[in-house]
Unconditional design. Sequence first.
Length: 69
Amino acid sequence: MKEELRLLRARINLSGLTRKEAAKALYLSVSALNRKLRGDLRLTEEERARLMALTARGREGGRDCQGDA
């Protein structure tokens, strides 16, 4: 699990997506997202899948998921 979280953190960093953008897309606070990415809180399968999709699209995809029109 720790290795999986490390890889997910790396994907976020490499995609250019900020933690703030990722947290907003998941309807989480930045603090809650960081705790999940450290393994302090459980990351759900839905959250994991959403982060994978967001990081595949990078920052542009993150902005689209915020609901800002």
